[in-house]
Design a protein around this ligand. Structure first.
Ligand code: NAP
Length: 279
């Protein structure tokens, strides 16, 4: 019998996950269905109880519920605890277990560009929100030797650095302006803020005047597909990476946890790009 999967968020009307997952189910001849549920903050606990009552097999969690949902689950895995947020829940025989696949999804898409060089890179992360915590945690676990964090609110960056360092990573916290002044020391620069996201597409998270031409510049944003940040970096000769690979990666990892099947990631990417009007 077909199983039911879902997304809890608010708003969810523009989510690309239903089409991405439903297409992957069809491709694997699985009679399952994925539905986006628009859940207000005040209804989150009832929604999770509803999932238990209806025996829904698994679900994703998105803004604004990624942190709050943890208190309604039976178990949260170690990496999700470190990140402090859950984006994927598996219903295992009635027990709801929370995971975070955002960080690993990002790492996999990044490695396609950097290969093993990542182990030797000096990295700047701009931002200190939920996505930054996921990215920082996996890069630290992977063994990136030097990670600097620049955020508008410096205190939040300091908390992140304190809570998410899971290796021997050398960590430094600075302001965005300080980071911009010495941008040429970084091999990889990652924007994890929402600056530059549609509709505010003319904004830049950092000044790229001191960017090195051989650096890699990555933006977690996927709408627009090429932010102003990535356009400027590319014009200066840098290698660029947008957020589509991370989105597909987190979805594919969730899909694997729920079904035990590996979806065709290139097909998933095609479905996402169709929705974003890209190719
Ligand atoms: P979040 O927890 O709300 O964090 C937002 C971050 O952006 C904070 O560091 C915040 O700084 C900074 N910021 C927001 N507005 C700013 C402004 N005007 N000037 C300077 N800094 C600003 O959000 P999130 O969940 O981390 O998401 C951040 C971005 O990642 C979003 O664009 C989201 O779409 C993207 N994302 C992509 C994927 C993917 O699959 N590709 C997955 C997750 C997230 P303060 O700390 O100073 O407020």
């Amino acid at each position: 019998m077909g199983k039911l999967f879902g997304l809890l968020g608010n708003p969810v009307s523009h989510s690309m996950s239903p089409r991405m997952h439903n297409d992957a189910f069809r491709s694997l001849n699985l009679d399952h269905h994925y539905h986006a549920f628009d859940v207000k903050v005040s209804n989150l606990e009832s929604a999770v109880n509803g999932i238990r009552a209806l025996d829904i097999t698994g679900f994703n969690v998105t803004i604004p519920h990624k942190v709050e949902v943890m208190k309604y689950l039976d178990e949260v895995d170690e990496e999700a605890k470190l990140i402090g947020a859950v984006n994927t829940v598996v219903n295992k025989d009635g027990r709801l277990i929370g995971y975070n696949t955002d960080g690993e999804g990002y790492l996999q898409s990044l490695q396609k560009i950097t290969g093993e060089q990542l182990q030797h890179m000096k990295v700047l992360i701009i931002g200190a929100g939920g996505a930054a915590r996921a990215v920082f945690t996996v890069l630290s676990r992977y063994g990136v030797p030097e990670l600097h964090i620049a955020n508008r609110t410096k205190e939040k960056a300091a908390i992140l650095a304190n809570e998410c360092n899971c290796g021997n990573t050398n960590v430094m916290v600075c302001s965005v302006e300080e980071a911009a002044m010495c941008l040429d020391i970084y091999d990889l620069i990652i924007n994890t803020t929402s600056v530059g996201m549609s509709p505010n597409i003319d904004q830049l998270p950092i000044d790229l005047g001191n960017l090195r031409v051989d650096s890699v510049v990555s933006d977690l944003i996927y709408n627009p597909l090429k932010t102003k940040f990535l356009q400027e970096a590319e014009a200066k000769g840098a290698t660029i990476l947008n957020g589509v690979g991370m989105f597909v990666g987190q979805g594919a990892l969730a899909f694997e946890k729920w079904t035990g099947h590996s979806p065709d990631r290139s097909k998933m990417e095609k479905v996402v790009l169709q929705q974003l009007g890209g190719s």
